[in-house]
Design a binder for this molecule. Structure first.
Ligand code: ADP
Ligand SMILES: Cc1cn([C@H]2C[C@H](O)[C@@H](COP(=O)(O)O)O2)c(=O)[nH]c1=O
Length: 214
């Protein structure tokens, strides 16, 4: 039975790597997939992983209708055995409905990869719709870790190493950027709630004790 599967997790937990592995394993068996992404850090029309692998992909904009796009590929004589969509959090909700239609009406597996929540721990609209419609939501096995060693469950946006909570929902960026740049850091809920980043923790550890110690 074909499925709409949402592979979800924090930033930097291996979603794009898994997307590339699924694509590799299926193409090694002669299957052909349609690969889509939106606003990958590596640039337009790329699906890239931090492990250094990348593949060509169709760059999605708001006006792309997934169902029509796959039907067009099939009617032009192309072969489509499955669909992969990376950075699915950036899709608009109607596009998730289109993906569900690809599964139900065209009987193709659709594998969507994305982060669930933004830097304010609010659902992205695309991810919300995926949680609503997916046959399965899979949390990735490799856990990204907070600086304290706990499992990272939340994404923080950082400016100068400090966590910020104001700003646009979408700002393409990466983890492990120099502190001077806008970047991201994955945190456990406890430290996301307290807005405690690795840089904040280092600064606190270095600050002199307030009370004199004999
Ligand atoms: N130099 C490295 N050596 C081994 N693994 C790495 C290295 N750099 C990144 N990774 C792995 O790649 C993962 C990030 O993969 P990626 O697919 O880009 O993540 P996502 O798409 O979820 O943001 C990291 O969690 C880590 O496991
Ligand atoms: C938390 C958060 C992230 N983003 C952006 C930053 C990256 O470009 C992508 C996530 O990519 P990854 O492959 O999962 O690392 O999303 C954003 O725009 N807004 C946010 O709040």
């Amino acid at each position: 039975m074909p499925e709409l599967v949402f592979f979800s997790g924090t930033m930097d937990c291996g979603k794009s790597t898994l997307a590339l592995q699924i694509q590799h394993n299926r193409s090694a068996r002669g299957l052909q997939g349609m690969i889509y992404t939106r606003d990958d850090r590596a640039g337009e029309g790329k699906l890239s992983s931090r492990l250094g692998l990348a593949t060509e992909a169709v760059e999605v904009a708001d006006d792309l209708d997934f169902y029509d796009h796959v039907v067009q590929a099939l009617t032009a004589g192309g072969r489509v055995d499955y669909v992969i969509v990376d950075e699915a959090q950036f899709l608009i909700p109607p596009q998730i409905d289109q993906l569900a239609r690809v599964v139900d009406d065209l009987e193709l597996d659709v594998f969507a990869f994305g982060i669930t929540t933004d830097f304010r721990s609010k659902l992205f609209p695309g991810s919300q719709r995926l949680v609503e419609l997916a046959d399965r939501v899979e949390v990735l096995q490799v856990e990204a870790l907070c600086w304290c060693g706990a499992r990272a469950t939340h994404n923080a946006r950082t400016v100068g190493g400090e966590m910020v909570v104001e700003g646009a929902q979408v700002v393409v960026g990466d983890v492990n950027r120099p502190e001077s740049e806008v970047g991201y850091e994955v945190l456990c809920r406890r430290h996301h709630r307290r807005r405690m980043t690795a840089a904040g923790e280092r600064a606190a550890a270095l600050s002199p004790d307030v009370l004199p110690v004999d």
